[in-house]
Design a protein around this ligand. Structure first.
Ligand code: HAM
Length: 428
């Protein structure tokens, strides 16, 4: 039997995982600076949470959820996104009783049964941020500037910010009706899914990925023209703050996003060179979702970033952000007492935070030197019988073959040499 990984999933191998760790560290640092704290929710939730939260006419709920019946006969779903779980956790744990707005972030696997292709997977990783309890447009802007800071910290350039406002329950019904009337006039031309959606949720048609449907959207009424005063003012303030912060954006009045929970501001961040799966992040305001999930009404706003796509975009260009980590030292030995000394020294040096490699394969000295090279070790210490007898050994800098003598009882000497190795300085 040969078992392969499921379609649409990835193994992140050691020569890539360090990049993930660098991006994740930058994310945590930037969230810290903005005052967002991590919230970890379960990988699966009751199916009803997503049906109610995301909306029954969305692609995700209609055809992309990993839903299963558990052994207690309950319907469960692997989370396809993080916003509905955060709202559930906010209510269940009464986070509204703490300082408001509640400001949280999350990092983790999401699951959608989509057709896999470059940048689109069935298991993927999202970094998301949510702020619950405030309707201040400043927070909408924070949800755009925070991911931009993450992209910039990773060395990503050339992304475009698209924004729109899709109104609120006061102004959206009139827009919905105008859209529906327009679509009904040519209903047969739309795909079967959209034909159903025209009745139930015409805004969803704007999000359809079928080419024929997209081509019918050329002269539709625009949502930005039918916003109520409150939504119009809110959107104007969002744009003013973006201008003040010198954030470049494009207003895209057809941007609706794939979830029914959005109100007012929606946005997407796109890397045009990424091909068809070019959204590296997206989000918006969802002032009705907390009440939809059974809580007292609370305004809220957030975004999520797809980390696979961020890494794919970074792979398209040279970046100095990702320096593959290298072992500090390889302790070569000849077995017996020399191996005992090497093990003890490795133990002490590792306690000091050094990355120390040893031979686990019983190899000859020559072969150990080859391994040290393959591992890109910065330095090697060869511990033979003479070295053990005299408690002294040579530390060799691999890139230049420069050698210095060190005292094996003097761990600080080795540490000082490693600092120089890491900085590329001469040892002597
Ligand atoms: P979303 O636009 O569905 O929004 O996903 C956010 C990001 O996740 C996308 O821009 C993309 O980078 C990545 N992504 C989505 N699907 C896939 C996939 N199949 N494979 C790889 N990457 C993918 C949300 O999920 C909302 N919960 C965002 C939000 C938070 N809105 C408010 N708060």
């Amino acid at each position: 039997m040969s078992v392969t990984r499921p379609r649409g999933t990835n193994d992140v191998l050691p020569d890539q995982s360090y990049k993930w760790q660098i991006v994740e560290a930058k994310i945590r640092e930037i969230c810290h600076n903005f005052g967002y704290q991590e919230l970890r929710t379960p990988i699966f939730e009751h199916t009803e949470l997503f049906e109610r939260g995301i909306g029954e006419t969305t692609d995700i709920v209609e055809k992309e959820m990993y839903t299963f019946i558990d052994r207690g006969n309950r319907s469960m779903t692997l989370r396809p996104e993080g916003t509905a779980p955060v709202v559930r956790a906010f209510l269940e744990n009464k986070l509204y009783a703490q300082a408001m707005p509640a400001k949280v972030y999350y990092l983790g696997a999401m699951f959608r049964y989509e057709r896999p292709q470059a940048g689109r997977y069935r298991q993927f990783t999202q970094f998301g941020v949510e702020a619950l309890g405030s309707s201040d447009p400043m927070l909408d802007v924070e949800m755009i500037t925070l991911p931009i800071k993450v992209y910039q910290a990773c060395g990503l350039e050339g992304f475009k910010v698209h924004i729109n406002s899709i109104g609120c329950p006061d102004c959206r019904p009139a827009y919905r009706k105008a859209l529906q009337d327009k679509f009904l006039a040519q209903q047969e031309a739309f795909c079967m899914t959209c034909q159903g959606r025209i009745e139930r949720n015409p805004l969803r048609v704007l999000d359809c990925k079928v080419k024929e449907c997209q081509s019918l959207l050329a002269d539709i009424p625009l949502v930005t023209e039918s916003l109520c005063k409150n939504c119009g003012d809110h959107f104007a303030q969002v744009r003013t703050y973006l201008d003040q912060l010198d954030v470049k954006y494009v207003i895209n009045p057809k941007l609706v996003r794939g979830f029914d929970y959005y109100t007012k501001t929606v946005f997407e961040i796109i890397v045009p060179t990424l091909g068809s799966q070019n959204a590296i992040g997206g989000g918006g305001r969802y002032d009705g979702l907390v009440a939809e999930c059974g809580g007292e009404p609370q305004p809220a706003v957030g975004f999520a970033v797809g980390l696979e796509r961020v890494l794919l975009s970074l792979a398209q260009k040279e970046t100095t952000v990702f320096q593959a980590p290298k072992p500090d030292l390889f302790l070569a030995q000849f077995g017996g007492a020399t191996k005992d000394v090497a093990i003890a020294l490795a133990h002490k040096l590792r306690d000091q935070g050094l990355w120390v490699e040893l031979d686990y394969m019983g190899k000859s000295l020559r072969a150990q030197m080859k391994v040290a090279n393959k591992l890109n070790c910065l330095g090697v210490i060869v511990i033979g019988e003479d070295e053990v007898a005299q408690n002294r050994a040579k530390l060799r800098k691999m890139s230049t073959s420069e050698e210095i003598e060190i005292d094996l009882n003097h761990v600080e000497q080795v540490e000082q040499a490693v600092v120089k190795l890491r900085e590329g300085q001469v040892l002597a």
